[in-house]
Structure formats: C-alpha cells, structure tokens
Design a protein around this ligand. Structure first.
Ligand code: ZN
Length: 308
C-alpha cells in the first residue's frame, strides 16, 4: 500500500458510489412494535453511519463506510419513548447515579480513615514528635487535617471533626475546600482576642509601592459578595494585620492566606497570631471608623512563622 493517496480516483469513486446509492431502495423507519409503556420500536435497512451512500469521508479504507462495507445497507432498530416513560427512565438513571456516588463516597471515607458519617478525630498539639506512635495506631495524615484518627484516641488531646458539616460530597480534593481549611484552623487554634490600640495606626508606604512586609495576622473576616460572573455569590476574606509599631494593614482576597513551601507538598495556612512575611502592593490608604489602615493587594506569602 502506498502512503500517497490518489485523491482524484477517490473522488471519482465517491461520485460513482453516490450515484449507485441513489438507485438503492431503502425500507426506512418502519414501526415494528409498540409495547405497554408506549415505546415504539422502528427498523430500517439504511446504514445509519453513511445514510446509505456507502461513503464515509475518511482516509482509512479508501473512504468506504466501515459499518456497511460500502453497500449502504445495514439493518438496525431504534426505540422512541413517550415523554412520560422517558421521565420515568431518567428518574431511574438519576437514582442509579446517586447510588453510585454514595457507594464511591463510602469507599472514599473508608480509604481515607473517616467513619461512614464523615467523622474523624483531629489530634491537637505538637504531633511531629509522636508521629510514629500515631502511625502505628492507624492514624492518617494530610496537610490540611494534620494527623487524625477514625476513633477517639485516649491519652491524646483530640477534637471531633465532621467533614459533612462543611462540604456536601467527600471526594479527592475535598480537604482543600476553603470551608474545611477554615474549620480545621479554628479547631487547632481557637482565636485569642487581643486588645489592639486603634489610634496608634498610621498609613504606611506609598500607593502602588510594592515591597515585603512582615506583619502579625490579627484577625480574618469572611463575607460574601455578588459573584464577578454575575451568578451567585463569591466568598471573600479580609485579613487584618499589624506591624510591630501597631500600624494596621488589610488584605481583601477571594483566596486564602497560604504559604506553599517548596520542599514536598506541605502547605502552611496562616492562623491568627502568626507572623507572616509577604510581598504586597499598597492599594490605598483607607480610614475605617477613625483607624488609618493600609490596604494591600496582590499579596504573595513568603513565610509564615508561628510562636510555639
Ligand atoms: Zn454505511
């Protein structure tokens, strides 16, 4: 077989086959059966692939339809459902998909060390030094939850956590949803209320200036805004930070204050009280209820330090 196609000859053959097809007599769409649900079964001998021409525009097999080998004849049947019965079939299919989803979820929960209700016990405190003991006891680890156990671990400080309080479906990336990350951080680091003298704050930097800042994260506040796309709501967070002199900084973002350490896959999430080094551009000098705040934008976290 040559790797070069004779396109002219192929066109001639296609025209010939088209003419032959016009001479063929097909028996098209003949009703052969109506069942008790009103489902009609039809039959036809016209090839559904090439509509009876025998041609199929492909370089393979010289452009001859592979379904009917170029004859144009292919006996087949199809069904037409009444709208009422179609609705019943769709409902059955939806129920089947839902069952598959729940089965998949149950498997996921088992594999990742949760109870069938999506619960686990998060081990609190410094777990690094006891990680071997935790592993030996069947605990699992992931970057968001840290070490956790399917059952309560006597002798270890732990806190119950239910995944389904924060997400709808348990699947591969559910740990990284914002709601789960926030909830776990709140469990591991209950917020400390520190009184901040409001009046010492003054504006820092020049508007549009970009530089590194080392700031203490005081508080984060979540709120919803109408979505940029125009549908639904987007979740936003304002991070309120303070430098050593007591000047207040804010960063409003739809993301999360998170530091991607280069080595490994470890992610560090900023908690209240952490000292964060970030590159940020001064967006505006704002006044909030008499407190001067420096609003930052396009922040990139370079390091998160935590006082142990
Ligand atoms: Zn065909």
């Amino acid at each position: 077989m040559s790797i070069f196609y004779n396109y002219d000859a192929m066109t001639q053959r296609a025209i010939y086959r088209r003419k032959e097809a016009e001479k063929k007599t097909f028996q098209d769409g003949k009703l052969i059966k109506t069942d008790k649900n009103g489902t009609r079964t039809y039959e036809s001998n016209r090839c559904p692939k090439c509509s009876g021409s025998g041609d199929y525009p492909s370089m393979l097999d010289d452009g001859i339809c592979w379904k009917c080998s170029g004859s144009g004849y292919y006996w087949h049947t199809w069904k037409e459902y009444t709208p009422e019965y179609r609705a019943i079939l769709d409902a059955r299919a939806a129920a089947r998909r839902e069952k598959q989803r729940l089965d998949g979820q149950a498997e996921w929960l088992e594999k990742f060390g949760f109870t069938p209700d999506g619960e686990c016990w998060i081990i609190l405190g410094n777990t690094y030094s006891i990680k071997d003991a935790l592993k030996a006891n069947g605990c699992k680890f992931n970057p968001v939850l840290g070490w956790y156990s399917r059952e309560e671990m006597p002798g270890y400080p732990c806190e119950k956590f239910c995944l389904f309080d924060f997400i709808e479906v348990a699947e591969r990336d559910c740990y990284h949803t914002r709601a789960v990350v926030k909830a776990v951080e709140a469990i591991k680091n209950p917020p400390k209320n520190e009184a901040t003298p409001a009046n010492v704050s003054s504006w820092q930097g020049e508007v549009k200036q970009r530089r590194d800042w080392t700031l203490k994260l005081m508080r984060s506040v979540d709120f919803d805004v109408p979505s940029f796309s125009g549908f639904g709501m987007d979740s936003m967070t304002i991070y309120i930070m303070q430098d050593e002199a007591g000047n207040i900084f804010t960063w409003k973002t739809s993301g999360c204050m998170m530091w991607k350490k280069m080595e490994g896959t470890e992610l560090a999430f900023a908690h209240e009280g952490d000292t964060v080094t970030l590159a940020g551009t001064v967006k505006a000098h704002e006044d909030y209820k008499g407190t001067k705040q420096t609003a930052l934008t396009r922040c990139t976290v370079k390091e998160i330090k935590r006082d142990e």
